[in-house]
Design a binder for this molecule. Structure first.
Ligand SMILES: *Cc1c(COP(=O)(O)O)cnc(C)c1O
Length: 363
């Protein structure tokens, strides 16, 4: 069986050299005599793995020393609750930018906890076809934090700018864009991301948090959600998701070999341009997202006919391009073109799109 081009939004493609290395090390890791899956998380072999993973991630993202890097479980969705529980104590209220489904869920989770949370900007009325323009005057100056989602996986939009929130810490869900291009970490209070889009298999959530934000947790805070506890224990308060962290380490090594995030950005811009330039050059497919909000990682498009959309996804799968069906809440198609998707995958997709349009004229 040959590998396909897998356009899944997540879990998604991993770099082949990473998979091959994991396979080679699967049964016996180095001189340890065992698989990473079988190792105590407190063993010297494993400590070396987690420490190198953190060091490489810091190098790749240029994470300043006054930020902690946490490797947690529970997915990005668990952080929707952990964020208010860790931070609201600063001032008692928080602001949310709602630019899609995940930021909406984060907002609702904070509401559910009974906190004073305010949606300060949303593009819901436009079906999230662009991201909101957020200016400092929209933010409550006494908010404990402002939450945003940097890349909206489902709608295929991305913030082309970092909102200026003044002294209010900015908390960003970067699940679907982390490691896709350089980002100035110092502009954020917290960056978090589930691994299964652009980092590793599902199972680890990375939280990058500025140290001064570790002191506001609620008294009744569940220990497992408390960033400070996790930071003080180097993510080893309990058993961390050991194997997925190891996989993240392999991905970080691969990214460093590829030339780091500047080099990845160049590749990702080139891949996305191939697809968007084609979309802009014809009228068979429509890209619903406004050009200045387009995501580099998730590109959405529709034929305007639900039956054709369905046929597109199924015929593409037969041609070796899988998981192009859009999210169930949006319909149409979505091509997720994360770091591990080669340029050839997007070339194959565009060639298929042309052929499909010729063979399936609209009535
Ligand atoms: C996938 C995704 C999530 C949810 O992640 P889980 O790890 O499944 O909880 C949250 N935010 C964004 C932006 C995502 O893409």
């Amino acid at each position: 069986m040959n590998r396909v081009f897998n356009f899944s939004a997540g879990p998604s493609m991993l770099p082949v050299p990473v998979l091959e290395r994991a396979a080679a090390e699967m049964v016996c890791y180095g001189e340890s005599g065992m698989s990473v899956m079988e190792m105590s998380h407190r063993s010297p072999d494993y400590e070396a793995i987690i420490q190198k993973t953190e060091a490489d991630l810091r190098k790749l993202m240029n994470i300043p020393d006054n930020y902690k890097v946490l490797f947690l479980q529970g997915g990005a969705s668990t952080q929707f609750a952990a964020i208010p529980l860790n931070l609201i104590g600063r001032t008692g209220k928080a602001d949310y930018i709602v630019s899609g489904q995940f930021s909406g869920k984060a907002y609702k989770e904070a509401q559910k906890l009974g906190y004073d949370v305010k949606c300060v900007a949303t593009t819901k009325d436009d079906n999230f076809d662009h991201v909101p323009e957020v200016t400092k005057d929209m933010i409550r100056p006494d908010a404990a934090y402002v939450h945003m989602c940097f890349n909206n996986t489902i709608y295929g939009t991305k913030f082309g700018y970092i909102p200026d929130t003044g002294d209010v810490p900015l908390v960003a869900d970067m699940s679907s864009c982390i490691l896709s291009e350089p980002v100035d970490v110092s502009k954020f209070g917290v960056i978090y991301a589930g691994a299964q889009k652009n980092m590793a298999p599902a199972g680890v959530t990375v939280v990058i948090v500025r140290e001064d934000l570790l002191d506001y947790a609620e008294e009744k805070m569940p220990t497992m959600l408390e960033w400070k506890t996790m930071a003080e224990n180097d993510s080893m308060y309990n058993t961390p998701p050991c194997y997925t962290i190891y996989m993240l380490g392999l991905v970080c090594e691969w990214l460093l070999d590829m030339g780091g995030l500047e080099a990845m950005k160049e590749k990702n811009v080139k891949k996305a341009a191939l697809l968007y330039d084609y979309l802009d050059s014809q009228d068979y497919y429509v890209a619903p997202v406004k050009p200045n909000s387009r995501s580099l990682m998730n590109a959405t498009f529709v034929t305007g006919n639900a039956d054709l959309d369905k046929k597109f996804a199924s015929e593409a799968a037969k041609a070796g391009m899988k998981n192009l069906k859009g999210h169930r809440s949006v319909g149409g198609m979505r091509a997720s073109i994360y770091n591990a998707m080669p340029y050839e995958g997007v070339e194959a997709l565009v060639a298929f799109m042309k052929k499909f349009a010729e063979e399936n004229p609209k009535a």
